[in-house]
Design a binder for this molecule. Structure first.
Ligand SMILES: [Ca+2]
Ligand SMILES: [Ca+2]
Ligand SMILES: [Ca+2]
Length: 159
C-alpha cells in the first residue's frame, strides 16, 4: 500500500501531465514529495520527516552544533555564546545643517565563542546600542538613555 501522501503527489503529477503541464509537472512533483514525511527525497535512507537535510544525502545525519540542520546544509556550523560583556566599539556624533541638530550613535561589540563541537573561530559581534537625535550636543546623553530601550534589539553581525 503506497503512502497516502506519496500517492497523492503521484496523482497530482498524472493530472498535471494529462492537462499539458509539461516540464512544470516535474518540479511540482519534486516539491510535493519533499513535503511527504515518509518519502526519502535524497535517497540517503532517512525519510524526509526525520532527515535533518532532506535534499542532500547525509546518511550519518552529522550535526555538530546540535540545531535542526545537518552539517551538509547548515549555513552556520556553530553555537555562539557571549563570553564578554558589551564594550564600546565606537561612537559617532554628526551635526546637521541647516536645522542644527545632532545625531548620536553608540556602537558596542562583544566577543562570542562557539560552544559546540564544530570548532568555529571566535567572532566579534556588534550592534547599535543607542541612536539619538538631539537639539544640542549636550543633551545627547539625556536623549540616549531614553532611546536605548527602543534600539536595544537592533543588531548587526560582523564576521
Ligand atoms: Ca533522506
Ligand atoms: Ca539527507
Ligand atoms: Ca547544524
Amino acid at each position: 500500500m503506497l503512502d497516502p501522501c506519496i500517492r497523492g503527489c503521484l496523482q497530482d503529477y498524472l493530472d498535471c501531465a494529462k492537462n499539458g503541464g509539461g516540464s512544470g509537472c516535474e518540479q511540482q512533483h519534486y516539491y510535493c514529495l519533499l513535503g511527504c514525511p515518509n518519502y526519502d527525497t535524497d535517497g540517503d535512507g532517512v525519510v524526509n520527516g526525520s532527515d535533518n537535510c532532506d535534499t542532500v544525502p547525509n546518511a550519518n545525519q552529522a550535526n555538530c552544533d546540535g540545531d535542526s540542520w545537518g552539517d551538509v546544509c547548515d549555513s552556520l556550523y556553530a553555537n555562539y555564546q557571549n563570553i564578554t560583556g558589551e564594550q564600546t566599539c565606537w561612537t559617532d556624533k554628526d551635526t546637521h545643517f541647516p536645522y542644527a541638530y545632532f545625531t548620536f550613535e553608540h556602537h558596542v561589540e562583544w566577543l562570542e565563542r562557539d560552544v559546540s563541537s564544530c570548532g568555529a573561530p571566535d567572532r566579534w559581534t556588534q550592534r547599535v546600542r543607542l541612536r539619538a537625535r538631539c537639539r544640542t550636543a549636550r543633551t545627547c546623553r539625556y536623549c540616549s538613555h531614553r532611546i536605548y530601550w527602543q534600539n536595544r534589539f537592533a543588531q548587526l553581525t560582523v564576521l
